[in-house]
Ligand binder design. Structure first.
Ligand code: AMP
Length: 477
């Protein structure tokens, strides 16, 4: 088995790795570090969680160890698609470079930059940046990229999703032709292939298999349940979530709750708070300082639950999470592996629990196919939802009987039922999501219907059936 000491890394880097507690290099590190140290271009096809950050940071530190930075001329450049990722790379750099004298600056939008500007003015060895912010600085004449010896592009496929490819091409053009390029992407879309063909020179291609299996230290469970009524799905799922958390007791030290949509991230976080849980949302529509504050709180243990969307959580390295809750079954099976991979890290025990409703059946099957395991079913810990073997309510059921059944359920369900308002969507996409939602769960329509039914039943359980029939007829008429 390859050891870090076999990789020709600088002894100061080796010392930092040892102190970080790493014993052996991960496959991407084993594959990328040797060619990077030889000065070759590297094309790493790997995703977060594989140790890819260290696979470019460690050789960079070793290569830059000798030499000094000049004013406004960084010696290396790491481009990241998001501020969080850039901040994370910077944290990694601090850990691995702590026994060296190398300096770094972090150039990201949304926070104050006076200090970073001063650092750049003095000269930094490593500049970690998001593309837009970097170009802003460049255009203001604050920065020269002609001293860049090593350029790293991290998460290129995500840059593509976010429309940064033209910026990346421009930045490539501003750096010297002789630079070394370390390029990372989880997938190789045709556009990414084109970029690598244009800007990389005879790269060593290191591909790490997509993670298709979940760590064995993660205990997985799913509650398969059917809401008692379609329009109660949300409140009942939230009741199931709370009951799941309670069933874990003190073992649930902290957790990430994943939702498929931004609107649900907000609704779930609000509902959790209302029910006395220490929870906060994180998604792309929140401003930078709120996101940073939330993440910091979660990392340092002052926030117990992080309610997140896949996009916001992707790439975030948050160690030491005891639980992952999938409030929704993800629609891409691979997302399930990523989500639950937030727990059970580095050999620790972790627990992953998911809520599945009937329309998730296909996605649940796809996940089980991908991980080649049947996720153990657990009993619904909450007293909500339809009885396990209850027939689907027939559309043309006898109206009076249906009226009575619904009302009886309505009363006891009043405890978990909540009135969490839908937040106002902040982006066109969110607005679109929200419109879709109001179409599928008619707000006024169905509620009014329920209310009228309640009025009918308010006449008493012994109401003659012809009275209800006359109401029902008027409703449909
Ligand atoms: P990354 O894919 O770069 O986001 O890294 C995922 C996590 O793995 C981070 O928490 C790293 O600190 C950790 N890590 C990276 N390399 C190793 C290693 N060789 N051994 C153990 N943990 C590692």
């Amino acid at each position: 088995m390859t050891k870090f000491s076999d990789l020709n890394l600088n002894p100061k880097v080796l010392k930092a790795i040892e102190e970080a507690g790493y014993e052996t290099p991960t496959p991407i590190q084993e594959g990328a570090i040797p060619p990077a140290l030889e000065g070759r271009d590297v094309l790493g096809i790997a995703q977060t969680g594989t140790g890819k950050t260290a696979s470019f940071t460690l050789p960079m530190i070793t290569l830059l160890h000798r030499g000094r930075a000049r004013a406004r001329m960084p010696r290396s450049l790491v481009l990241c698609p998001t501020r969080e990722l850039a901040a994370q790379v910077a944290e990694n750099f601090d850990i691995y470079a702590k026994h060296t004298k190398l300096t770094k600056a972090l150039l990201i939008g949304g926070v104050s930059f006076k200090e970073q500007d001063q650092l750049i003015d003095k000269g930094v060895d490593v500049l970690i940046a998001t593309p837009g912010r970097l170009l802003d600085h460049f255009e203001r004449g604050k920065l020269l990229l002609t001293g860049v010896q090593i350029m790293v592009v991290d998460e290129a496929d995500r840059m593509l999703d976010m429309g940064f490819i033209p910026d990346i091409e421009r930045i490539f053009g501003l750096t010297p032709f002789t630079r070394q390029t370390l390029f990372f992407s989880a997938t190789m879309a045709p556009e990414i292939e084109r970029i690598t063909n244009t800007f990389l020179s005879n790269p060593e291609r290191v591909e790490v298999a997509r993670q298709a299996s979940a760590s064995e230290t993660i205990a997985q469970h799913v509650v398969v349940f059917r809401p008692s009524r379609k329009d109660r799905e949300g409140s009942e799922k939230r009741a199931v979530l709370r009951a799941m958390i309670e069933s874990e007791g003190e073992n649930c030290r902290n957790g990430i709750i994943f939702c498929n949509r931004k609107v649900d991230v907000d609704v779930v976080a609000k509902s959790m708070k209302k029910n006395g849980y220490d929870a906060a949302p994180i998604h792309g529509d929140l401003d930078q300082s709120t996101r940073m504050r939330t993440l910091d709180g979660f990392r340092d243990g002052t926030l117990r639950f992080l309610v997140a969307s896949d996009v916001a959580a992707r790439g975030l390295d948050i160690p030491n999470v005891s639980h992952v809750f999938n409030y929704d079954v993800p629609s891409h099976a691979e997302d399930y592996v990523h989500r639950i991979g937030r727990t059970g890290r580095a050999g620790r025990e972790g627990r992953a629990m998911m809520i599945s409703v009937p329309r998730d059946d296909k996605n649940l099957e796809a996940i089980e196919r991908l991980i080649q395991t049947e996720i153990p079913r657990m009993d619904n810990p909450a007293k909500v939802g339809a009885a396990p073997n209850a027939p689907e309510p027939a559309a043309e059921e006898a109206k009076p009987a249906r009226t009575r059944t619904r009302t009886r359920r309505e009363k006891p369900a009043a405890a978990p039922a909540e009135t969490v308002e839908q937040p106002q969507p902040q982006t066109p996409a969110a607005a679109e999501e929200s419109r879709g939602k109001s179409r599928s769960r008619p707000r006024g329509g169905e509620r009014r219907k329920g209310e009228r039914e309640a009025e009918v039943v308010g006449m008493g359980d012994d109401m003659p059936s012809f009275i209800a029939l006359s109401f029902a007829e008027r409703r449909t008429g």
